[in-house]
Ligand binder design. Structure first.
Ligand code: SF4
Ligand code: SF4
Length: 241
């Protein structure tokens, strides 16, 4: 059955089943991958917003922008949208340049940052060819108001640890930050926030090492492309164009 014939809630259920099956395997046997169908993305930025909410991202930190691209010449123009999470590169330049060994590739392919080790030098931000990392300057949305709102101080749960935003000095303030594919949710058998909230059902997630998974089917599509393959970074994030 073609994907277009399957109801969105059935696609999500299948992805959740795929995740839960992957979690039964040892971590080194999983390879988490995100696939984004550019023909289905409507540019609504629901994914960007849900990511900000899920990860309690402060001003200036965005993990999943949606880049607008224009094609053609007036009056024959067309727009396309490119959601841009971390590519979770197989050969990640951000890892090689880190002098503090604060960022590395996990056995399941997720590139992790240890906020406690990060010294904030920003080498990784310069090294990433996809501009997928940003620096946490320590801002609050309620800066310059009578009171910093409590909801801004609530912890995020990146990499399965609690990171409260206590002040303007404690991690993750002063650290490099990036998309984690919501691994803290995935390891509990849930979809990343951007996948479960995608209005266009344009974002898919799963274990590429499982031939029965939806993601493995999508990766075999003739429409599958990687961004800037010539860089040799071997991105996990894949686009259907
Ligand atoms: S900013 Fe942090 S993670 Fe990035 S290279 Fe420097 S120490 Fe490593
Ligand atoms: S997209 Fe950038 S931040 Fe993400 S793994 Fe690749 S080089 Fe590192």
């Amino acid at each position: 059955m073609a994907l277009i014939d399957i109801k969105p809630h059935e696609i999500r259920k299948r992805m959740i089943d795929d995740i839960r099956r992957a979690l039964q395997k040892p971590i080194q046997d999983r390879r988490w991958v995100m696939v984004i169908d550019q023909e289905k993305c409507v540019g609504c930025t629901a994914c960007t917003t849900s990511c900000v909410a899920e990860n309690h991202l402060p001003p200036g930190v965005v993990y999943r922008p949606v880049v607008e691209e224009e094609h053609g010449n007036y009056p024959n123009v067309r727009k396309s949208f490119l959601p841009r999470p971390c590519m979770q590169c197989d050969d990640p330049p951000c890892v090689k340049v880190c002098p503090a060994h604060a960022t590395w590739k996990r056995m399941d392919g997720i590139i992790e940052i240890n906020y406690k080790r990060c010294i904030g030098c920003r080498y990784c931000i310069s090294a990433c060819p996809y501009s997928a990392r940003t620096f946490d300057m320590g801002y609050f949305y309620t800066d310059n108001t009578p009171e910093i709102m409590q909801y801004e101080r609530e912890p995020n749960f990146e990499y399965g640890k609690a990171w409260p935003r206590k002040d303007r000095e404690s991690s993750p303030v002063g650290n490099a930050r990036k998309c984690t594919y919501c691994i803290h949710k995935v390891e509990k058998g849930m979809l990343p926030a951007c996948v479960s909230t995608c209005i266009g059902d344009a974002t898919y997630f799963g274990d590429a090492n499982d031939p029965k998974s939806l993601i493995a089917e999508l990766l075999a599509s003739p429409r599958a492309r990687k961004l800037r393959e010539e860089e040799g970074t071997e991105p996990a994030t894949t686009y259907l164009v």
